[in-house]
Design a protein around this ligand. Structure first.
Ligand SMILES: Cc1cc2nc3c(=O)[nH]c(=O)nc-3n(C[C@H](O)[C@H](O)[C@H](O)COP(=O)(O)OP(=O)(O)OC[C@H]3O[C@@H](n4cnc5c(N)ncnc54)[C@H](O)[C@@H]3O)c2cc1C
Length: 318
């Protein structure tokens, strides 16, 4: 018996959302009194693989196949679920988890609950809380099937680490032919830019900035804070900022620890992508702007006066 968790990697390291998923899976395994086994696909150093023990996995099964496609990863994970008689499989509800988790659920004839935000409750059954209606509500889902696939919403739970190392088990099983081959990865942002999906701090701006020439102060604030930059949809639509920075219902949904919104009105479609941020700071010259209702901290003022002062204060703090 065990709980299986899939780990995604980028540039030779595991992505942050996967580490959260391992911690989550390890907590379930501890409640159930079973092992937490992590599954990794791609070439990674032994040191990186072993380090997954810090997050609670006792073993990590590593398959060396490079650039495996979603169906190959689904085969790898579901075969390991069967061979370890696992009943719970965990993914992060991130880019790869969204693609692989449903495939694994279909292969295993398992229930799937995507976007879970809390540990399951096993008192008298198996229920788990998930985020619904673009983060506006939560629902408790009851799992009735023998096997269950859960995907954890990134940044939902605090991660606790130890000095433990995981036992590395090499897997040389043939994953079959890829149905889709990735020929080239092209980075969207500039070199060294913080990935919006992984960012803990995000500085975002909207039409209140008047034009693309005014983004210097937004980028400077982001750089001083070590934050990623984001924007509202109209700003991306008119070409002031690249589309991959657009957050909201039709853009990227994020859940950073801190979201600073500058000159953004707070329309419902924008909030749908950012309302899971832990702390929201709104800077708007209109005290009636709807965003203030969702804000933890609000500054009523002109962005062109407030943001340079914030940059200076953050520099002084650094
Ligand atoms: C189907 C659909 C999907 C959509 N999806 C998305 C989405 O995913 N993401 C998204 O963002 N939008 C989305 N929208 C658009 C959304 O409804 C809003 O129109 C948009 O979010 C508004 O962008 P904004 O706040 O930047 O601009 P505005 O609404 O023009 O607001 C600008 C704000 O800046 C403030 N301001 C002006 N000057 C200053 C200054 N000097 N200092 C400080 N504040 C200032 C103003 O008071 C105002 O509140 C969608 C709309 C539809 C219909």
């Amino acid at each position: 018996m065990s709980v299986i968790v899939f780990l995604d990697n980028k540039d030779g390291a595991f992505v942050k959302s996967s580490l959260e998923a391992v911690n989550y899976a390890a907590n379930i395994a501890s409640v159930k009194g079973v092992d937490c086994i992590a599954v990794s696909c791609g070439k990674l150093s032994n040191e990186v693989l072993e380090s997954i023990g810090n997050y609670g996995a006792s073993k990590v099964v590593s398959n060396n196949t490079e650039n495996a496609d979603n169906s190959q990863i689904a085969s790898l994970v579901s075969n390991l679920v069967e061979s370890n008689s696992a009943s719970i499989v965990v993914f992060s509800h991130d880019f790869s988890g969204k693609a692989v988790a449903p495939r694994v659920a279909a292969k295993l004839n398992a229930a799937i609950v995507s976007g879970v935000v809390e540990l399951p409750n096993f008192d008298g059954g198996f229920t788990v809380k998930k985020s619904v209606f673009s983060g506006k509500a939560f629902a408790d889902y009851k799992v009735n099937s023998e096997k269950a696939v859960l995907s954890l919403l990134p940044n939902s739970l605090d991660v606790i680490t130890t000095d433990n190392k995981a036992e590395v088990i090499a897997d040389s099983s043939d994953l079959g032919t890829a149905k889709m081959v990735i020929k080239e990865f092209k980075k969207k942002g500039g070199e060294g830019k913080i990935d919006l999906n992984e960012a803990e701090l995000v500085v975002s701006a909207g039409r209140g900035l008047k034009g693309p020439e005014n983004w210097g102060m937004v980028e400077e604030l982001a750089s001083v804070l070590g934050a990623a930059t984001a924007c509202s949809r109209p700003v991306a639509d008119i070409g002031w900022r690249p589309h991959h920075e657009h957050v909201g219902q039709t853009g990227v949904a994020i859940s950073p620890n801190l979201y600073i919104a500058i000159g953004i009105s707070g329309a419902i479609q924008h909030l749908a992508g950012v309302n899971r941020s832990k702390v929201i700071v709104v800077i708007n010259k209109d005290s009636e702007a709807p965003f203030f209702k969702a804000a933890d901290y609000g500054i009523v003022g002109d962005a062109f006066e407030v943001v340079p002062k914030l940059v200076a204060a953050a520099k002084a703090l650094n």
